[in-house]
Design a binder for this molecule. Structure first.
Ligand SMILES: *[C@@H]1O[C@H](CO)[C@@H](O)[C@H](O)[C@H]1NC(C)=O
Ligand SMILES: *[C@@H]1O[C@H](CO)[C@@H](O)[C@H](O)[C@H]1NC(C)=O
Ligand SMILES: *[C@@H]1O[C@H](CO)[C@@H](O)[C@H](O)[C@H]1NC(C)=O
Ligand SMILES: *[C@@H]1O[C@H](CO)[C@@H](O)[C@H](O)[C@H]1NC(C)=O
Ligand SMILES: *[C@@H]1O[C@H](CO)[C@@H](O)[C@H](O)[C@H]1NC(C)=O
Ligand SMILES: *[C@@H]1O[C@H](CO)[C@@H](O)[C@H](O)[C@H]1NC(C)=O
Ligand SMILES: [Fe+2]
Length: 467
């Protein structure tokens, strides 16, 4: 039944490929249904006293030889160590396992008290190697694994997943499971808005715990590269919660110091053939601010001979043609767009708007208040902007697009889904977007991306392909 439905969608989409040369609004209409969260106990804590839970990993240094392993123990602080070892070595017996000690923290939010949140950085790993790790003790020991990336280099193939605005509804579960069923994703580029705890009374922080358990079956095994969104702010002056990003910053650590950033809200990593810059739409970015100064310097550090692919993650999109959150990213675009064009950024991924959209390569950097040049124009040095806030959270779909479709908009559709960025070498990457209703191999939007530094040709798009 499902596969017949997928085939029908596939052929329906094939029928619109002919007009896909820019400016396509998909005719696919997703049946709307209410967005409700899965219950708190949908993903219960693992059995056993003080069992480690909410396990997640992220890159722990600039180049991919360290991993930050994070987890929560609900009742007691100890044990706060992780044991890890290389595949094929010392798997049995404790003698040769390495041990890393965590930094442990807790926080209070209104009347909620967190468990013990642990962050352990395991260092000096080998590239391209499978590691096993275990958390907990005795009969509550839990086992996981991850694979380190290959050494940074210009033609190293690597495949990233991309998800934004996930939340924890039944739709979120579908998006997440759909991604997990795709065997290709090696690391996740997550563009912000994680748990949506703040949509519940008193920002019910148990929703942060539930979210950590929900995504564990991916986050414990491959690094998720985190971006902060507006739902990470958790500001609630009425209950005297005035410290921005409090739950997020306690729970999610990133290697910001490795890229000389002074804040975990903006940072950069190199992974395989990609240099990934993460920005904060909800921190100051005006001239002279720490984020502005840092970005200026980080762009100087990008070495396209080493990492041909330059990718930016941020939450609030600069180019998007949905009435929902329309132009909220505009002030940041004004600050940084000319840098992105000068630096030939390949792709900018954003979330925030709960639908899917891919832009043309356009820039809008000529305007100077008197010259009237305020219209986006085609620009081969400009990034493609992808809005992928369609993870499926409790706020539902953003299905009200501006009409007519502006020329900067290449493809747009109000459906939930995820994307896969499959970097093949220094010139080519294959990018696909997968809507939840389709079976995993169907791509509702796909494009061969050409690297802006090595092969700045104009891309051709096809609305639908099997991959
Ligand atoms: C785990 O071990 C402890 C003490 O050794 C025991 O009290 C407890 O019942 C065990 N729990 C489980 C889930 O087996
Ligand atoms: C926190 O406060 C809310 C609202 O008064 C209440 O429903 C909830 O039970 C309280 N939780 C705790 C842990 O005290
Ligand atoms: C989440 O999706 C998986 C896979 O489809 C399913 O087995 C599971 O029951 C879902 N969880 C909930 C709470 O709906
Ligand atoms: C604004 O742009 C116009 C047209 O390109 C140019 O003549 C003028 O000098 C610019 N003004 C400033 C202040 O840069
Ligand atoms: C779509 O957005 C426009 C602009 O904000 C608004 O005027 C219109 O009422 C919206 N349409 C629907 C169906 O919500
Ligand atoms: C890069 O990958 C593309 C797509 O697979 C291929 O067509 C091209 O020949 C490759 N380039 C090199 C130099 O291998
Ligand atoms: Fe958002």
């Amino acid at each position: 039944m499902t596969s017949i439905w997928s085939l029908m969608v596939f052929f329906l989409l094939l029928s619109i490929v002919g007009v896909s040369n820019g400016g396509l609004t998909s005719r696919y209409i997703r049946k709307s249904r209410p967005s409700i969260d899965m219950p708190l106990d949908a993903f219960p804590s693992p059995k056993g006293f003080n069992a480690p839970e909410q396990v997640h990993i992220t890159q722990g240094d600039y180049v991919g030889r360290s991993v930050i392993i994070s987890w929560v123990t609900p009742i007691k602080k100890y044990p706060n160590t992780v044991r890890y070892w290389e595949d094929g070595k010392h798997g049995h017996g404790h003698k040769h396992k390495h041990i890393a000690r965590a930094i442990t923290t807790t926080y209070r939010y209104y009347n909620y008290t967190s468990g013990f949140i642990h962050h352990a950085t395991v260092k000096r790993l080998k590239y391209d190697t499978l590691y096993f790790y275990e958390l907990g003790r005795g009969n509550v020991t839990r086992h996981f694994s991850f694979k380190t990336p290959p050494e940074v280099g210009p033609d190293v193939p690597y495949t990233f997943g991309v998800i934004g605005d996930l939340g924890q509804t039944y739709d979120s579960n579908q998006t997440f499971e759909h991604y997990v069923s795709n065997p290709k994703g090696q690391a996740m580029l997550f563009v912000g808005d994680l748990s949506y705890a703040d949509n519940h009374p008193f920002h019910d922080n148990r929703k942060w715990d539930a979210w950590g358990r929900f995504v564990e079956k991916s986050t414990a095994y491959q690094p998720w590269i985190w971006t902060a969104g507006n739902h990470e702010l958790d500001l609630a002056p009425d209950i005297e919660e005035n410290q921005p990003f409090k739950p997020y910053l306690h729970r999610y650590h990133v290697p910001h110091k490795a890229s000389q950033s002074t804040s975990p809200l903006w940072y950069a990593i190199k992974r395989a053939s990609a240099h990934i810059i993460v920005l904060s739409s909800y921190s100051a970015y005006g001239k002279y601010t720490p984020q502005y100064n840092w970005l200026q310097q980080e762009l100087q550090r990008v070495n396209r001979y080493e990492t041909p692919w330059l990718i930016v993650l941020l939450h609030s999109p600069w180019y998007n043609s949905n009435n929902y959150h329309y132009m909220e990213g505009e002030s940041m675009r004004v600050m940084f767009e000319s840098w992105f064009v000068q630096s030939k950024v390949d792709i900018v991924f954003a979330g925030h708007v709960h639908s899917y959209e891919r832009s043309e390569r356009v820039s809008n950097v000529k305007y100077n208040i008197t010259n009237g040049l305020s219209f986006p124009v085609k620009d081969p040095s400009a990034p493609i902007y992808i809005t992928i806030g369609d993870g499926g959270n409790i706020e539902g779909l953003a299905n009200n697009f501006t009409e007519p479709q502006p020329s900067y908009s290449g493809f747009r559709e109000a459906s939930f889904g995820h994307a896969i960025l499959d970097i093949r070498n220094r010139t080519h990457a294959y990018y696909t977007w997968h809507r939840n209703q389709d079976s995993e191999p169907v791509a509702a939007d796909s494009i061969w991306l050409y690297n802006r530094y090595y092969f700045p040709q104009e891309e051709k798009t096809g609305a639908s392909t099997m991959v």
